[in-house]
Design a protein around this ligand. Structure first.
Ligand SMILES: [Zn+2]
Ligand SMILES: [Zn+2]
Length: 273
């Protein structure tokens, strides 16, 4: 448990986001796209100096193309320690009933299941989220019941400011907080008669919302959902769940499916409010 001083993980940058949704780009829809300006740092580092060999990326050997970006001083990915692509980097998997499904597009399937009102455990940067469609009363109530949370508000995640503005008032300052690259959960005044389920924050005139920060979040939210409930998968007074096996066991009673990936989290980290 040595003390590690390294910059925190930063939300995906504009360039990577543009590449993520560009059909021509070799990282099109690759959920672990990153560069020196964004991506995981703190949550994957095991020791200093911050170097790929000392992170949970060490098991992924870069393909020649990724390696040449990594070595090129002119490249945006020069010495980007978590540099990866679909050929050489981490992959996502969908689990149901503790079994890994053999499907081509686990993210598309996760979206389908969420739209169907199911609850997903989704691996994030520093831990796991429990997610469901925030406009689906039945799903939100089920999550509330299973998480044993009588009335404590659930946090929401939406694709962009416009989406959040459909259900909350956003002032200038709040917009800045939302767009901060640390992606805090910001408390906002609810709008009346929005589509968000009343069970997200019962008897409360505020909602906690955040913008996506990983490529995986963007892939889930783009063209889908007004908002997803994204509540921490952790139990009170227990350490943050951070590995796949632990998640599959501990969240088994709550999650209908698991969207996992094979890059390990080394340092646990929860969302900040
Ligand atoms: Zn980037
Ligand atoms: Zn590669």
């Amino acid at each position: 448990n040595s003390f590690v001083l390294v910059s925190p993980d930063i939300s995906i940058c504009k360039d990577c986001l543009q590449e993520l949704f560009n059909h021509q780009n070799r990282r099109y829809h690759y959920p672990f796209i990153n560069c020196t300006n964004c991506g995981p740092r703190f949550t994957i580092i095991k020791d200093i100096p911050y170097d790929r060999k000392k992170t949970t990326m060490r098991v992924f050997k870069m393909c020649p193309q990724c390696q040449s970006e990594y070595d090129n001083l002119e490249d945006r990915r020069y010495h980007a320690q978590p540099n990866a692509c679909a050929d050489c980097g981490p992959k996502v998997f969908l689990y149901q009933q503790k079994r890994k499904l053999a499907i081509v597009d686990p993210i598309a399937e996760a979206i389908r299941l969420l739209k169907d009102g199911q609850i997903g455990a989704i691996k994030g940067l520093g831990g796991f989220h429990l997610a469901c469609d925030a406009t689906n009363n039945k799903a939100v109530l089920k999550l509330r019941h299973l998480k044993n949370r009588e009335a404590k508000p659930f946090a929401l995640m939406s694709l962009n400011i416009e989406k959040i503005n459909q259900y909350c008032e956003i002032g200038k300052e709040e917009k800045e907080w939302l767009e901060d690259r640390a992606r805090p959960i910001v408390l906002l005044k609810k709008k009346k008669n929005s589509l968000i389920s009343l069970f997200v924050a019962p008897n409360n005139d505020h909602l906690g919302a955040m913008l996506p920060y990983t490529p995986l979040h963007y892939l889930l939210l783009k063209d889908n959902f007004l908002a997803l409930v994204m509540t921490s998968g952790n139990f009170r007074d227990e350490p943050i769940i951070c590995n796949n096996q632990e998640a599959l066991e501990k969240l088994d009673k709550i999650a209908d499916f698991f969207l996992l990936y094979n890059r390990d989290i080394f340092n646990r980290c929860d969302d900040s409010v």
